[in-house]
Ligand binder design. Sequence first.
Ligand code: FES
Length: 199
Amino acid sequence: MSEGEKKEGVKRPDSTRRTVVAAAGALVVGGVVGYLLAPRGAVETVTQTVTQTVTQTQTVTQQVPQPVPQAKAYERVRLANIRDLANKRPVVRQYMGLNVLLVKLGERAVGGVGPDGDVVAFVNVCTHMGGPLIYVPDTNCAVCQLHYTQFDLARGGKQVTGHATEYLPQVELEYDEKTGDIYAVSINQLVYGKYDNLA
Ligand code: FES
C-alpha cells in the first residue's frame, strides 16, 4: 500500500481480485445476453387424452292412440210391417238389447202409429222390480207377473194399479206410409235396472 493510500485510508483491491470480479461479471452478462438471444421459435406440443362421461336425458313423446268414443244414439230398427199385425195380438221384438212388446191396440193410443194410430211398443220390463209383463186384450194393459202392477198401453204406459210408481218405458215408433214398415227409434224413459239406456 502506497503512502498516499495509507493517508487517505482507502483500501483498493489487488489485481487478482479485480480479475476474478471482472470474469464473474462477464459470465453473468454473457448468460443474460445468451438467454435474451436464444431462439424463441420452439413450441412445446402437449398431447392430452381426456376421458369424458356424458350423461344425456332424452324426452320421448309418444303418440298413444286414444280410444274412439262410441257414438251414443238410439238405432232405427224395423220391427214389423203393418200387415203383420192384428188387433190385440201382440208380438215380441228386440230393440237395443231389450224385449219389446209391439201391439196393435184397436184404439187410438198415446204415441200410436199406423193408419189408425193404434200401434204401440213398450219395453217388457216392469218399473217396480223388473218383472216380465203379459198383455191383457180386454183392458189393453200389460200386467207384471211378479206383483201384478198394470200399465195402460193406450195411455202411454201409465201405471193403473200395483207397486210400480213409474210409467212403463215406451218405444217411440215411426211409420213408413209407403211401405207400411214400423220402426223403433228411441225409448222415452230410463229402463229399470239401467243407469243409461244406451250404456
Ligand atoms: S216387479 Fe212388477 S210389480 Fe213388482
